[in-house]
Design a protein around this ligand. Structure first.
Ligand SMILES: Cc1cc2nc3c(=O)[nH]c(=O)nc-3n(C[C@H](O)[C@H](O)[C@H](O)COP(=O)(O)OP(=O)(O)OC[C@H]3O[C@@H](n4cnc5c(N)ncnc54)[C@H](O)[C@@H]3O)c2cc1C
Length: 473
């Protein structure tokens, strides 16, 4: 069974309508709810667009906010914060809606939906860009690369830029340029007290530190500003597929190869099922330097074993940024477990191979994203993002279509996780799942106490709690 820990007991408690166990929609409440006035659209159950707006990437999430406020500006966001506080409502904030735990959607509260805020401005001369919080990665990448510029994003192109940046942002360019949060120059934010502030190294430096990895705990970001780099437009990359009887040998070769190459070469790996139904192991290297230098660095992995297919080619950077899209279609049922591995030991590989062989859904990949280079070398205390080292972020992404299959897929994932969790060393906060509340401290390590103190300063009442929550000190 799926445990939706965010659904029960959170809700809308207008002071005029106590006690809170009364049915949610009394006349009094409805009257108050209609008083939220913003330039964007306000939706209630029954309105056209309401059901679409509350949908997120994980199809298991089926929460019904009392109101959805589709904001168009920082002023709209401020009005939502004021309104929610006055009416004692839980709030959730939706950027791209990709978070697997469904934190973008609250039950019976106010969902502040930023997905319509999509302005992107690229400053070519200064190599910077600003983006509003509804922008998704493919929109941002297209706008920057059209000007020969890029910065680190993620690996699936419909992921929201907002949630990705605030939690860290692990992507192909992190070896060269650091994680996405390392490239956040400034932000415009609406705080829990309703103030709109600019946040950068000179203004609220504590907050600037905290939002680079600390998630949505400290306020609502209405604009992000990023450092860009001259890049592309092409890279040399592609999947190499191997049959499962070569899986262990491939992974043993891969773990050494991935650490032997320059920062310009990132290599991910994992286990998927091919379009014709064959379980396969893959290595996915990408050369992100000058294309003419690609082959000499890619040659060792291309020469290893007897692949079923080698799809490495010169491709546009935007193609690399969407190369895993097909493995992560929006809206189906999901349960996810994730952690970092400092080593891909034989013990770990044996457990992974055992569970891959009994995977109840062929749609469920197990993925290994290598964090290295600048992302790993930057000091842990430089930003809130915890757990920096040369390591693999690994995800068991259980995916299936039918609610009748929930139990078998979730139990398989939990048994798998129980065996590999002792081998993990921390977790990426953006990959925490629906029942991982107790693992938040593990995502921050040495930075956690400082984050709790900053939370206390900017959000002492924990107004922003629909996130991987850092409780005020
Ligand atoms: C298929 C898939 C692939 C992924 N690949 C990667 C990857 O390659 N690299 C990587 O780093 N991560 C990856 N992720 C994780 C991803 O970074 C997180 O899911 C992230 O939260 C998505 O951001 P979002 O805006 O789409 O999420 P939402 O679900 O909209 O929001 C996530 C959290 O951020 C908060 N939030 C959103 N916008 C704001 C805002 N403007 N101000 C304050 N708080 C806000 C929300 O309240 C919520 O708590 C992936 C996730 C999925 C499902």
């Amino acid at each position: 069974m799926f445990l939706d820990t965010k659904s029960p007991n959170l809700g809308y408690y207008p002071t005029c309508c106590l006690p809170s166990f009364l049915p949610l929609k009394t006349n009094c409440m409805q009257t108050e709810l209609r008083q939220l006035k913003i330039n964007g659209t306000v939706l209630e159950a029954g309105d056209a667009g309401y059901d679409n707006a509350r949908k997120v990437w994980n199809g298991m999430i089926d929460r019904k906010p009392a109101l959805i406020a589709q904001c168009t500006s920082a002023d709209d966001i401020r009005e939502c914060v004021r309104f929610a506080k006055k009416n004692n409502m839980i709030v959730s904030v939706k950027g791209g809606g990709h978070n697997v735990a469904g934190n973008a959607v609250c039950e019976a509260g106010l969902m502040i939906d930023l997905s319509k805020m999509k302005e992107i401005r690229v400053d070519i001369a200064n190599k910077t860009a600003t983006a509003e919080p509804g922008v998704i990665l493919r929109e941002f990448d297209a706008a920057t690369i059209a000007n020969g510029l890029a910065t680190t994003g993620g690996t699936v192109s419909d992921t929201g830029l907002a949630g990705l940046t605030l939690g860290g942002g692990l992507g192909w360019l992190m070896g060269k340029y650091g994680i996405t949060a390392d490239n956040l120059l400034s932000a415009e934010m609406v705080l829990a007290n309703g103030d709109k502030v600019k946040v950068d190294k000179d203004n609220h430096p504590d907050l600037y530190w905290a939002i680079r990895g600390g998630g949505g705990n400290f306020g609502i970001v209405s604009k992000f500003e990023y450092q860009l780099y001259s890049f592309g437009p092409n890279v040399v990359a592609g999947m190499i597929l191997y049959p499962m009887d070569q899986a262990k040998a491939v992974m043993q070769f891969y773990r050494d190869y991935a650490r032997s190459v320059p920062d310009e070469l990132m290599a991910y790996s994992g286990f998927i099922v091919s379009p014709d139904g064959l379980p396969v192991t893959f290595v996915l290297p990408a050369w992100l330097g000058d294309v003419k230098d690609a082959e000499k660095h890619l040659a060792p992995i291309r020469a290893f074993g007897t692949p079923l297919a080698d799809m490495i080619a010169e491709i546009p950077y935007t193609a690399l940024q969407s190369i895993l899209d097909a493995a992560a279609p929006a809206g189906i049922r999901r349960y996810w477990k994730s952690g970092y591995f400092t080593e891909l030991s034989d013990e770990l590989l044996d457990i992974v191979l055992k569970y891959i062989a009994t995977r109840p859904s062929p749609m469920s990949p197990v993925l290994f994203f290598h964090m290295r280079g600048v992302a790993a070398r930057t000091a842990t205390e430089a930003t809130a993002f915890g757990n920096r080292r040369d390591q693999w972020d690994s995800d068991i992404i259980s995916q299936w279509l039918d609610a009748a299959d929930d139990e078998k897929n979730i139990s398989w994932t939990r048994s798998f996780w129980k065996e590999i969790e002792p081998l993990t060393n921390g977790v990426y906060v953006n990959h925490l799942g629906s029942d991982d509340d107790t693992r938040v401290a593990n995502a921050y390590g040495a930075n956690f106490e400082r984050l709790k103190a900053i939370k206390k300063k900017y959000d002492p009442d924990n107004f922003f709690k629909m996130n991987n929550n850092i409780k005020p000190a």
